[in-house]
Design a protein around this ligand. Sequence first.
Ligand SMILES: C[S@@+](CC[C@H](N)C(=O)[O-])C[C@H]1O[C@@H](n2cnc3c(N)ncnc32)[C@H](O)[C@@H]1O
Length: 341
Amino acid sequence: MSGAITGDTTGNTTDYKKSAELFNSTIATWAVSAAWDIGIFEVLDGADAFDIPAYAAQKKLHEPSLRATVRALTYAEVVEVDGDRVTRGATFGEFSRSKGLFQWLTKGYGSLFQRMGEVTYTAGRTGDFIRRDSTAVSIACRDVNEVFMDEAFFGALDGLEFSVAADLGCGSGERLVQLAKRDPSVRCVGIDIAKGAIEVGEKALAENGMQHRVKLIQGDARKLSQYPEFADVELMTSYLMGHDFWPREDCVALLRSIRTELPNLKYFLLADTHRDITNSVTELPVFTLGFETAHALMGQYIPTHAEWESVFEEAGWKCTKQHVYSTPSSTVIFQLEPVSA
Ligand SMILES: C[S@@+](CC[C@H](N)C(=O)[O-])C[C@H]1O[C@@H](n2cnc3c(N)ncnc32)[C@H](O)[C@@H]1O
């Protein structure tokens, strides 16, 4: 017979439960990101269930790691597990859609958040303190665009006439591939500062046989005059990078120079996430807290919606229309047209 067991009562307090909840949610967050990598969303989209040992063998996965990932997913009800059988859980659809946002956070910005304490010290903000995985960011954003953003983007294109299109901060290059596919007479050029993003883009161009119609340049979108490829652009787009144009005086100067240096430019679809000044931290939707925190750590100012609206006229642009996305939240397409000088 075992001896008497004593224990403390800390484990029953509300605060303790909150801390356990937060800890376990963090593991589930990583599991959502991993689930995309190992094909769980894909397999359960096409079938009602999979068998853990069979799936591990088929995909050459380490079975205990797969089992642990699946268990962590059950924490957020992404899947249900009965022995070896895994089926869709109540939140499967939601996480299948938002997986790109999760991978943006975990794989894209994981190395920055890992050093959140260090970079909060002024002394920790030297050299290459901004560490992120640009390849992961571009792949994550490609998914976010496809699931949440492309429909409104293509809606905004209705009625616009152009034969040369450009995308600033083009990431995976997917928007340009789609523009080229949509109209075989359109030529496209994209620019991105990150080598990893350009590599993802070049691969997509090769896969789609689009190298002759879409050109990607690794460079700084704030210095377009250095690239003759932009001289005859008629449609400019930029998704999820406009905040890199700020602070305000830089943004006004840049928008002004884009208008004056690209004489054929007719339309600019500028979509970006602005700062949320409406919700309290406990009411924030998915993404906002991660987005705003990551950019604060990187020292990048995020303008509010009103601040964005305040720059266009001053820079010689007219905002003809806005489309507000629900996801990513606080994200707007500003449809701009140059005001003639
Ligand atoms: C959040 S990602 C969005 C990528 C893409 N626009 C999309 O919607 O999928 C932002 C991209 O802007 C790029 N970027 C940031 N600053 C830039 C700059 N000054 N010039 C060119 N690209 C830049 C980043 O490397 C990154 O690929």
